[in-house]
Design a protein around this ligand. Sequence first.
Ligand code: ATP
Length: 305
Amino acid sequence: MSNAEFKPSEQADEQTASQPTTVSGESQEQLKDEWTEYDFEGAPKISVEDLDVYYGEDHAIQSVSMDVPENSVTALIGPSGCGKSTFLRCLNRMNDRINSARVEGSVEIDGEEIYQDGVNLVELRKRVGMVFQAPNPFPKSIRDNIAYGPRKHGDINDGLLDKLLGRADPDKEDEIVERSLRQAALWDEVSDRLDDNALGLSGGQQQRLCIGRCLAVDPEVILMDEPASALDPIATAKIEDLIEELSKDYTVVVVTHNMQQAARISDQTAVFLTGGELVEYGETDQIFENPNSQRVEDYITGKFG
Ligand SMILES: Nc1ncnc2c1ncn2[C@@H]1O[C@H](COP(=O)(O)OP(=O)(O)OP(=O)(O)O)[C@@H](O)[C@H]1O
């Protein structure tokens, strides 16, 4: 549940408080906890409780709480600067890399707190992988891009010593490379040129390669930050199909600016609005067809943002 910020006053009665007053295109309204309480069957894969993020003095995420169901697609939408990427990065502690960022609150994956001392961040980011807005393959072969993670994590033995001691495992590498590229819906396009440089692929292929690279280390959660925003419509459609397919086996959380995309691919949608507030969270159809919040309706219908 998000912390309600009561305006104009905490004593305002419901009727008065629900009347929006326009401030720079976006109205103010009294938030209601029930707008972010999303009931679903089963234990949450990710459970966020009272999460606040600050960049120095700037409060980028304000007391956000939400539970994410397993094996589903959750879309994070909202206008530019409302904190979607910041929130996403909290789910695998990528904000730890930003010096000015301070995170307070709790994030549990399968009931285990990720913001506690002693958490192995390499292991966490293996379980909770990330795909970024612009495809960022390594300037290496397609095979090396996919095998990079499994080699780093010791899932494939292919170092010089392994080779000298006869414990290198080329078959296992082949298996992982083929499995990951198939899962990323790229195998058929690249199976005959695995040793070519990945930078020679098209943008859409590069992005699917990055998804394959993420899948190669067997993640449980995949975070995607606008994964299709740099792609043309055909490449975008392939990524969208892929996201839906992946959600059968993985928990996918995706930031998107594209509301049609959120409506097409997600099971549930979280709407963040100015100031890093989670205003409404629920089943995607309900959010798009019958939102509770006037601000969410205004945003979805294009009145601001
Ligand atoms: N590394 C950073 N250092 C300082 N402030 C930051 C940093 N990253 C984000 N911010 C600020 O935090 C707020 C939320 O930014 P964030 O990028 O999370 O929003 P967003 O909703 O993902 O935006 P967009 O849709 O434009 O990508 C903004 O005010 C932004 O300027």
